[in-house]
Design a protein around this ligand. Structure first.
Ligand code: NAD
Ligand code: UDP
Length: 320
């Protein structure tokens, strides 16, 4: 049995990761400050004898004897990471320094949840790990993109300078149950709008693309990455290369839900990347046969079921 720390463990991805690690017979310490995370995501794990929950902010040092660390703490939705950009940057940078410091002290293996946002608005398509990206240093997305880029640098420096067993995964747009209805990212927005019969908010023309990955495939890739041999640091792209425009995504969600919501076109946010698709050759080769096997319709159907249940529990506003 390993003792594993998951920072950001009460968030969308973290909650799935905690469940998977417990199921595999590990002891899990879930650390979170609940900025975008939610106890509801991990309520089913609370009674597990090997699950421990700690309210803590990764910008402050943390001490625990652990074998492995997954560093996920950071708001991931543009609405939330832009709410307090200085705090977002601190979370990425100080969070990396503090978790790497802990890894060094207890000689733990440590994995960084990096992002496809390190490629910015990419000129190379699809994006291989060797592409250095096209990121604005002073735009509204910079606190997140540059924070994550700096964290990658720190991870490699701790590997080169202190021989810490580090792993970096670059996660592409991921969706699934446990996303917050108010998360603000496109999949949860469109599903909630479709289920409530509200207008579907398309930013820009809707012809920009993303490649959407179901959360189980991501968690599997992360666990496999942690299991690779010392010295294999990555970065490794983890994503589903099937690429869709936002208009196609909206149409698929309308088809599955049977909703008659209309599309409503809004301004495109500044620096919104035009296209994104992972090159996953390295992941396929190095992560023991890993491949995303849950495609968009199947994954959306499961996610829509989840949101139907969540929305049913919302207090109803009764009109007088
Ligand atoms: P999320 O917002 O649901 O989860 C982030 C978690 O981190 C939340 O529980 C939040 O409360 C916690 N957190 C934030 N700041 C913290 C702090 N200072 N101290 C302690 N906890 C803090 O987002 P998610 O989608 O689950 O993302 C998890 C990680 O994966 C993030 O690091 C994100 O950058 C990365 N990622 C996600 C995606 C995606 O599509 N979901 C894509 C690329 C990268
Ligand atoms: N988007 C949209 N409507 C929404 C939310 C997002 O059209 O209600 C678009 C957004 O402009 C972007 C894409 O969907 O082009 C993905 O946005 P998201 O915030 O999910 O992720 P990111 O831009 O960080 O990849």
């Amino acid at each position: 049995m390993k003792r594993i720390l998951v920072t950001g463990g009460a968030g969308f991805i973290g909650s799935h990761l905690c469940a998977r690690l417990l199921n595999e017979g590990n002891e899990v310490i879930c650390l979170d400050n609940y900025f975008t995370g939610n106890k509801q995501n991990i309520v089913d794990l609370m009674h597990h004898p090997y699950f421990e929950l700690v309210r803590h902010d990764v910008t402050e040092p943390f001490m625990a004897e652990v074998d492995e660390i997954y560093n996920l703490a950071c708001p991931a939705s543009p609405v939330h990471y832009q709410y307090n950009p200085i705090k977002t940057m601190k979370t990425s940078v100080m969070g990396a320094i503090n978790t790497l410091g802990l890894a060094k002290r207890v000689r733990a293996k440590i994995l960084q949840a990096s992002t496809s946002e390190v490629y910015g608005d990419p000129y190379v398509h699809p994006q291989p790990e060797s592409y250095w990206g096209n990121v604005n240093t002073i735009g509204p997305r910079s606190c997140y993109d540059e924070g994550k880029r700096c964290a990658e640098t720190l991870f490699m420096d701790y590997f080169n300078q202190h021989n810490i067993d580090i792993k970096i995964v670059r996660i592409f747009n991921t969706y699934g149950p446990n996303m917050n209805p108010n998360d603000g990212r496109v999949v949860s927005n469109f599903i909630v709008q479709a289920l409530k019969g509200e207008e579907i908010t398309i930013f820009g023309s809707g012809n920009q693309t993303r490649s959407f990955q179901y959360v189980d495939n991501l968690v599997d890739g992360m666990v496999r990455m942690m299991g690779t041999q010392r010295g294999f640091t990555g970065p490794v792209n983890i994503g589903n290369p099937n690429e869709f425009t936002m208009l196609e995504l909206a149409q698929t969600i309308l088809d599955i839900t049977g909703s008659s919501s209309k599309l409503s076109f809004k301004a495109l946010p500044k620096d919104d990347p035009q296209q994104r698709r992972p090159d996953i050759a390295i992941a396929k080769k190095c992560l023991d046969g890993w491949e995303p096997n849950i495609q968009l319709r199947e994954g959306l159907t499961k996610t829509i079921q989840y949101f139907e249940e969540v929305l049913m529990q919302e207090p109803q506003i009764v009109q007088a």
